[in-house]
Each structure stands twice: as C-alpha cells, then as structure tokens.
Ligand binder design. Structure first.
Ligand SMILES: [Mg+2]
Length: 327
C-alpha cells in the first residue's frame, strides 16, 4: 500500500454582500482545503466546510482534528473520522476518492443553468436580481424568508411571483425562523400561489419536530426539511419516522459520502441537493454525488451561489486554488 502525505490549508471567502438568513448575517465563508498526496504520485483534494448553526463541528474543531492526524496517515485513519465531525468526514473521504479516481475534467458532467437553482438576495432586492439570472438560463430561484414581518414578505413575494415568468419555480427558505402559526399561514399562502412555489424549507426549528411532522402531514412535499436533516444520522431518523415532505441534502456537511449515497438509494423520496457554499473542490464532490443519485436533475440543484463571491476561484483548478492559499 503506498504511503500518504496529508496537508491542510485554511481559506476565507468574503461574500459580495452578507447573506441574510434567520441565522443572522453571514459575511464570509471559511473552511479548510485538504490535500492528500500518495507516494505513487496521485493527488486528491477535499474540502471541509462546516456550518455550525446547522449542527456541524466548528471550523476550529475541524482544524484541530485534521492537524492532529498523522502527516503520513493510513487510509483507515482517514476513513474512520468520528460522526461528530461530519464536514471532516466529507472532506477526507472526497480527498481519498479523488486520489483513487481522479476526475477527468473540471466538471464531470454537463450542467446547464436550468439545472441550477439560483439564490436571490433577501427581501425586495430580489426583484432587481432575478432577470439577469433568468436571462442566463436559470429557471429555479431561492428566496429567504423569516426576517421581516410576514405581511411585508408576502407583499414582496406577490411582486416577485407576478414578475417571474410562468415556468419559473421559487423555493422559499425560513431557516427555522417562523412560529407555528406563521408557518401554517405561510404554507397556506404558498399553496394558494400555486405551481410557481416549489416548497418552503425548514419553517420551524429542528427542535419543533412534532409540529414539523404535523405540517408535513398536512402539506406534503410543499414542506421541506434542511437544518433538520443536516447529517446522515438525522436523515436516517427522519425517514425512519416516515417524513412525507421534501428533504434538502447538503452532501458537504452530511458526513460519510458512501453512507449518504446508500441511504438515499434505500428510500424513495423527493430530495433536493444543495450547496454548502463551498469552493469548487467541495462543490464538485457534492455535485458528483447528486448526479449519481438524480442523473436527470429532475430537481434543480441548489448550487447557484457563485455570484455571491467576489473572488475568481471558480476559474481555478484545485491545484491552482491550493497554491493561492497560505501554507
Ligand atoms: Mg435551507
């Protein structure tokens, strides 16, 4: 068995403007890039991109874990990352997978904008942003709610729905920020708006599971879970409990990729794959999995976030990005 060399670099990526969600403003994405080099000459990159308010480890915990690993780790050591570090599990596994099966080109499949859901800015600002994204070919959009009053947001939504062409789809995301009464009212409102509304994500916090389950029973796929199903373990519990709605899966924070893939194949469900606002390294590994599980992209992929970053990293190869990061 060839021996391995592991190195870790931190990155910081400011957003063009803070991303406003019920969890608060998010000004910059931080994470880790891992590089695993084999004495046989292969190289694999992986990304550790925690989102602690989704219940993952913190960046500091991830860094401490990766730095604590042997510089010359065994395959087994990298494969045995504990379940308490789901973002590390994903990063280490995807680096090993790439080492064993190097990608043939940057995007392993032809993704068109119509397959990608584009994230709009929160509030009325969305009204000025959707047109260029539509012109670029996007047909599905995402819009955050739960920040202003429901009356204000529903007034903004009415304008947005009226402006969007007939074939557009809109995903709403409350990030757990509604009350039970607001969630019910929002879902009734969405149902009345008809086909342009795909679903409402995470109306209540994951702690309100009985109430979420009632909403799922009442509204079916119009309700989606995201924060509630952040990791493979949570996803397994949710499906075992018979969740009747949609689920949003962020592979980059879900944990062990093979376990996630096996679980997704085990259940028949409406699943939507989504970005954890990674660099192209994590995005590519997450997209490869999403494509294996939904080869025809029946559900638009929630990866339309490149326009939120001010850097040029999307134009770089993994090795070029690595070289730009401070050792
Ligand atoms: Mg969400």
């Amino acid at each position: 068995m060839p021996s391995l060399h592991l190195s870790v670099r931190r990155y910081r990526r400011p957003f063009r403007q803070p991303l406003l969600t019920h969890h608060g403003p998010w000004a910059e994405r931080t994470g880790l890039i891992l590089r695993v080099v084999s004495t046989e000459g292969g190289v694999g990159f992986g990304e550790v991109a925690p989102i602690p308010w989704f219940g993952t480890e913190t960046l500091e915990a991830a860094l401490a874990y990766c730095q604590h690993l042997d510089v010359h780790p065994t395959y087994t050591a990298l494969q045995n990352t504990p379940d308490t570090l789901p973002a590390c599990q994903f990063g280490l596994h995807s680096a090993l997978a790439q080492l064993q099966h190097p990608p043939r080109r940057v995007e392993p499949f032809p993704l068109q904008p119509e397959h990608i859901c584009a994230l709009l800015p929160t509030g009325a600002a969305a009204l000025n942003v959707w047109q260029p994204l539509w012109a670029a070919g996007h047909r599905t959009f995402k819009w955050k709610i739960g920040l202003a009053s429901p009356a204000q947001e529903q007034a903004d939504l009415a304008k947005l729905v009226a402006a969007l062409p007939q074939s557009a789809k809109l995903r709403l995301d409350a990030n757990g920020g509604l009350t039970v009464a607001e969630a019910d009212a929002w879902l009734q409102h969405c149902a009345a708006l008809g086909r342009k509304i795909a679903f409402l994500e995470q109306p209540l916090s994951p702690a309100q599971w009985p109430e979420l389950q009632r909403l799922g029973d009442r509204y079916g796929p119009l309700v989606a879970l995201d924060e509630s199903v952040a990791t493979v373990t949570q996803l397994a519990q949710t499906w075992a409990a018979g969740w009747p709605g949609t689920v949003v899966i962020k592979p980059a924070i879900a944990g062990h990729p093979q376990r996630l893939q096996a679980l997704c194949r085990q259940y028949a469900f409406p699943a939507v794959f989504s970005s954890a606002l990674c660099t192209m390294i994590g995005r590519q590994a997450a997209l490869a999995m999403a494509t294996r599980l939904d080869p025809n992209h029946q559900q638009a992929l929630g990866f339309g976030v490149n326009q939120w970053f001010q850097d040029d990293w999307e134009t770089l190869s993994a090795a070029e990005l690595w070289d730009q990061l401070p050792p």
